[in-house]
Design a protein around this ligand. Structure first.
Ligand code: CIR
Length: 265
């Protein structure tokens, strides 16, 4: 398994935020958190590949939104926020060579944060960022390689994965009240997170190891009690820009590609 990441932009203070009345996120604090995240992630994967920084793109570190990878294919997205559309080319250029790369065409929009892969199912949020044409593009690319695409309406959150994520191919973490757990019937067992801990329903997992946002001991206990091995990382400043753990990386299996030196050999 390899992970793609991208450094925090010098322009991070201008990242998109849902609550424009809040304080601006601080690039230096976010950079320190990002570095700790990359260090922790390096313990989960075989190699971490860094996409070159883009100091003109405030949201560039949220690399998850720019590409969806599954079944040996990559779909370069057309992000829902116009200000983020320039982020995709550098990510496309950094993808491992074994992937078959597809590009989403206008006017479709989709953010990777809306795509939750659980085994051979892609749950996709219809959110403020992802439209019907984006969902259809996802189906066109991943349907032929064996993925079922299931649309989920997302209200009260930026993305589907804000409050739901996959711990494994059989287990999903879901914030209580965010979506109907029955969605996952026949696909995965649902571990329910207390609504006060909804932010921490977004985790990054590889094998038994799980990265969890710092400050949510109930979620750590829940994961421990189901046999997982959680490790906490501080992401308070990242969260101020509406980011969470999955947003900061793209996981790609089949790590045999060796064109790229890892930042964590
Ligand atoms: C944005 O609004 O696009 C960024 N400030 C946050 C993106 C977070 N991405 C994600 O949850 N996948």
């Amino acid at each position: 398994m390899i992970a793609l990441v991208r450094p925090v932009s010098k322009a991070f203070a201008h990242a998109l935020v849902q609550d424009p009345t809040g304080c601006r996120p601080d690039p230096d604090r976010a950079r320190a958190e990002h570095e700790a995240y990359v260090d922790a992630l390096a313990r989960l994967v075989d190699a971490v590949i860094e996409v070159p920084a883009d100091d003109e793109a405030p949201d560039a570190c949220f690399v998850e939104d720019t590409v969806v990878v599954a079944g040996g294919r990559a779909l370069i997205t057309r992000p829902g926020a116009p200000s983020r559309r320039g982020e995709v080319d550098a990510v496309a250029a950094a993808l491992p060579a074994h992937l078959e790369v597809h590009r989403m065409r206008a006017p479709a929009t989709l953010d990777g944060g809306d795509v939750l892969r659980v085994g051979r199912t892609l749950f996709v949020g219809r959110s403020g960022r992802t439209d019907a044409a984006g969902v259809e593009a996802l189906r066109q690319v991943f349907g032929p390689v064996g993925y079922k695409v299931v649309e989920v309406s997302v209200r009260d959150a930026l993305h589907l994965k804000c409050h739901a994520s996959a711990v494994s191919d059989e287990v999903v973490l879901l914030a209580e009240g965010f979506a109907d757990p029955a969605l996952f019937d026949g696909v995965a067992r649902v571990l329910t997170v207390h609504p006060d801990d909804a932010y921490a329903a977004n985790i990054v997992a590889v094998g038994a190891r799980v990265l969890v946002a710092d400050g949510f001991p109930r979620v750590v206990d829940l994961l421990n009690s189901h046999g997982f091995d959680p490790m906490t990382v501080p992401v308070g400043e990242i969260a101020r820009a509406d980011g969470s753990l999955t947003c900061l990386s793209v996981l790609v299996s089949e790590a045999e590609d060796s064109r790229w030196p890892s930042v964590h050999p």
